[in-house]
Design a protein. Structure first.
Lengths: 264, 76
């Protein structure tokens, strides 16, 4: 009887929830050791990697023949776009999904923190791209598919943060709607990534995630260091913000409990 | 190009400025949190002072023959 019952369509959501909970447990298992090292190992590794990135980008990397020294901005721009922006919004989307599955409000704090850091790196990406664009393209901005879709991403997550900041830190309904919004907003990232393939754009084609990378080995090595540095910096900033937001949630709950106990 | 280094400098300056602004905002958030915790501590202290004091409890040491007993002043 029970075997028949498990195959009925009514039980499909329960099975889906079990699968999603399994994915959440796997995600926690993979990220928890790094999260636990956020006060000790992560800041030190970030500092060393950032110094290595700066030295690599400004001194060690060879000068590009056509673009000159301004090409060195690539070592900040490309990792900020991929490791900073994409990865931070991936954390925001994954944490939003985790909140919708577990209904644990702490995941909402992680999602908001990751979205804040994602917005920071999107601004850095757009600004460094514009500064590189002026001497190379002759303009700071053009309504190119890659640039426009990145601007849309910035607007989506800025709207998410503004909407979420209106409600209280422990408002579950606002957190639920915001989580859905964050998940939908994440759909813009594949659009950004493949925009250079789908449309005729002024933006350079992908040079890293390609079977035959279009840059020499020394540049690739500095880029790899920059990827590691920006990834560590992003994770550290998300961890700092996330802890702060979880403390805000705890103080908000304490205030609510005191309000209940104290006579009016 | 003479202006290349200026653009390179401007690009790196934007990155550091962005990080600096983010850290300042985070510091402001932490300062607000600090003030909020202080307010809550004051409110908790006022609440505890206004509430009835709990009866004091004395514990008599155990002897060889009997287990430790807990008595309050109101016990007969």
């Amino acid at each position: 009887m029970s075997a028949v019952a498990t195959q009925t369509p009514e039980n499909c959501p329960a099975a889906l929830t079990s699968v999603l909970r399994g994915i959440l447990a796997l995600f926690l298992w993979a990220t928890l050791p790094l999260y636990n090292a956020r006060w000790t190992l992560l800041p030190a590794l970030t500092g060393v990697a950032m110094m290595a990135m700066l030295v690599g980008a400004v001194i060690a990397a060879p000068r590009e023949v056509i673009e000159g020294d301004v090409q060195r901005l690539m070592y900040i721009h490309v990792p900020s776009a991929s490791a900073g922006t994409y990865f931070a919004f991936l954390i925001a989307a994954a944490s939003s999904a985790a909140f919708l599955i577990s209904r644990d409000i702490r995941w909402d704090a992680v999602a908001r923190s990751a979205a804040t850091v994602g917005v920071l790196f999107t601004v850095i990406t757009l600004a460094t791209g514009a500064i590189w664009g002026k001497p190379i393209w002759g303009v700071y901005w053009t309504w190119d598919a890659r640039l426009t879709s990145t601007l849309v991403l910035l607007l989506i997550y800025t709207a998410y943060l503004l909407a979420r900041s209106v409600a209280g830190p422990n408002d579950e309904q606002a957190a639920r709607y915001s989580a859905i919004f964050a998940l939908i907003g994440f759909l813009d990232i594949p659009l950004i990534h493949f925009s250079v393939d789908w449309w005729r754009t002024l933006h350079p084609q992908r040079i890293i995630f390609d079977p035959r990378p279009a840059v020499p080995g020394e540049m690739l090595l500095v880029l790899l260091i920059a990827f590691i540095a920006i990834t560590l910096l992003m994770l550290w900033l998300v961890a700092l913000r996330s802890d702060t937001e979880q403390l805000v949630q705890r103080t908000d709950r304490m205030r609510a409990r005191l309000d209940q106990r104290e006579p009016a | 190009m003479d202006g290349e280094l200026e653009f390179l400098f401007a690009g790196f300056a934007v990155v550091w400025a962005g990080l600096f602004v983010y850290l300042v905002l985070l510091q402001m958030r932490l300062r607000n949190l600090h003030e909020e915790v202080e307010t809550l501590e004051e409110r908790l202290a006022e609440y505890e002072a206004s509430a009835d004091p709990a009866p004091s409890v004395t514990v008599t040491p155990a002897t060889n023959s009997e287990a430790a007993t807990v008595r309050s002043p109101s016990d007969p």
